[in-house]
Structures are given as C-alpha cells and as structure tokens.
Design a protein around this ligand. Structure first.
Ligand SMILES: C[S@@+](CC[C@H](N)C(=O)[O-])C[C@H]1O[C@@H](n2cnc3c(N)ncnc32)[C@H](O)[C@@H]1O
Length: 283
C-alpha cells in the first residue's frame, strides 16, 4: 500500500528555510517547498514521526537538535559531482598553473602546493586534482609536492569521500590508462566498484567545514582553491561574505576556480579574471 505524503505548511517551511539559510547559506525560497517535503519523507518515517510539526520539535530539542540539523543539511544539500567535472579547469591547471609553480617558491623551500576543494561533496573533485598533479609530475619531470584539503558540510558525503569507493559507472569517461594507474577494481563481478589507490587517497584530507562559519580555522594558505558549483546555492550577499573569507585563505597570486555557471561580476573582490571562471588574487 502506498503511504500518504506528509505535508509541510508554508509557514513552517519558511521558518525552517530561514534557519537553514542562516546556518548553511543555502537559499530556501518557497519554490523549494515540494523538494524539501519530498526529501524529508524518508527521514520522518525513520523517526516514526507523522507530521513536520513533530519534526520541528525534534530539530529544536536541546538534546539532539544540533545533530538532527546536521542530518537535515545532508538531506537538503545538492551533492551532484563527478570526476574531472568541467575538464577545462584541470587542463588549465596543468598548462598554466603547475608548469609555473616550482619557479614561484624560494629555492631553499621544497615546493609544496596547497590546494583546497571547498564544497567537495563525495570527493571526486579532490581526487581528480590529485590525479592531475600525479600525471603532471610523471610527464613533466617535476616532482611537485602537494596536499589537498577537501571540505563540506555533508557528513554523509565526507564518509563516501574518505572511503574513496565509487560505482564503476562513475569512471566510464576516464581513460583506461588513468583507470589502471589510479583506481583499484573490486573483485566481486556482481558489485562493480572502484577505489582510488592509496597513493592518491593519502594526498587528500577531508574534513567538515561550514563556509558560513565566521572563521575557517584552516592551518595553511592555499595556492589554488576550487570553489565550484557551491556558491550557486547562496544569495549574492552571502556569496560575497563567503568569497571574502575564502580569499583570505588564498596566497597573493594564487588561483580561484568557480563553477562555469557561476559569476563574480560586480562583487568588487581582490581578484582578476584570467580564464573562464578562473581568477588570480591580486598582489
Ligand atoms: C553541487 S556540490 C559541488 C561539488 C564539487 N565542488 C563539484 O563542483 O563537482 C555542492 C556542495 O556544497 C556543499 N555545501 C553546501 N552548503 C555548504 C556550506 N555552507 N559549507 C560547505 N559546503 C557546503 C554541499 O554539501 C555539496 O556537497
């Protein structure tokens, strides 16, 4: 028997939406009500709740409300991603950033590039970055050291990212050469999965970071920041606040990559455009 859809009122949706926007920056206009309602059905049933009012009670409960908010962020965030998404960025990184990087650091320091994948979802972007640098090192004769920090608010996505196990279908567009070098294949023919090699996994550190937080507490300044397809979920005023904080963590002359469908026009930030959706922090 089909179970009935539990409905949320406009008033409660707007109240919860406002809180979500305040905590996570994600826009929640009334047009998102149906999406919100349908994504939450499973969660309400798991909790044996029969109404959104009961769910709101759970969210505001002093014991466990914070945890439920985190689950809610997981449920409502859009985590679409893929390996080598927007390939032009990875080509640009190799041709215009990596090739020039070793010359930028003083000779007495071992060149180490610090990269941040902000809003990393399930990790494919961070691992694509690691593969790009490994390939650069292999083909250029450089031995560029690097470490990738990858952050998100979705604990569910971060768990997948850390495990680095993906359905085989997700690597269909990756060349056989790269697959053989950087992915391990599951032995079970009924459960066709791949896992990034340890060499690649060891280059990426995943952690929880809410871009809405006042301070990010990051330990290093980054040479390259990928902040792609994440800003799009925020109001323009929130985008500026986030970008200002993000750019504080980028070295002068460092590179910021945003999604191809995102725009930084009229934001008056200390950056200049260098290629489509690629910016350099002004010196
Ligand atoms: C569509 S994915 C983008 C993934 C990847 N950057 C890409 O371009 O393929 C957007 C990610 O931003 C994350 N996100 C949303 N709000 C966030 C916030 N306030 N702080 C950090 N991450 C956030 C979501 O959880 C989601 O995983």
């Amino acid at each position: 028997m089909k179970s009935e859809i539990i409905q949320i009122s406009d008033t409660l949706f707007l109240k919860l939406g406002k809180l979500i926007t305040e905590r996570y920056g994600i826009k929640m206009p009334i047009e998102k009500k149906i999406m919100f309602q349908s994504r939450l059905q499973k969660r309400l049933r798991e909790l044996n709740l029969i109404s959104f009012d009961e769910y709101a009670g759970k969210l505001f409960d002093v014991n466990g409300g914070a945890e439920e908010f985190s689950t809610l962020a997981d449920i409502i965030s859009t985590n679409k991603t893929e390996f080598f998404r927007e390939m032009a960025h990875f080509d640009f990184l190799t041709a215009s950033v990596l090739h020039h990087f070793p010359g930028q650091v003083p000779k007495y320091r071992i060149p180490q590039m610090n990269i941040w994948s902000a809003g990393c979802s399930s990790g494919q972007e961070a691992y694509s970055l690691a593969i790009t640098i490994e390939e650069f090192n292999r083909t250029s004769g450089f031995n560029l050291g690097y470490l990738i920090t990858a952050t998100d608010i979705s604990t569910r996505m971060l768990k997948t990212a850390n495990e680095a196990i993906y359905p085989m279908s997700q690597v269909g567009d990756i060349s056989m050469d790269l697959k053989q070098k950087y992915f391990l294949k599951s032995k079970n023919p009924d459960d066709r999965k791949v896992r990034l090699t340890k060499e690649i996994r060891d280059k990426v550190r995943f952690s929880y970071l809410n871009l809405m937080d006042d301070s990010y507490g990051l330990k290093v300044d980054f040479n390259v920041i990928f902040l792609r397809n994440t800003l799009i979920y925020f109001e323009p005023s929130v985008q500026i606040l986030i970008l200002t904080k993000v750019l504080e963590n980028l070295v002068e002359g460092g590179y910021l990559f945003i999604g191809h469908s995102e725009s930084l026009i009229n934001m008056n930030l200390p950056i200049r455009s260098i290629a489509p959706s690629v910016y350099v922090k002004k010196i």
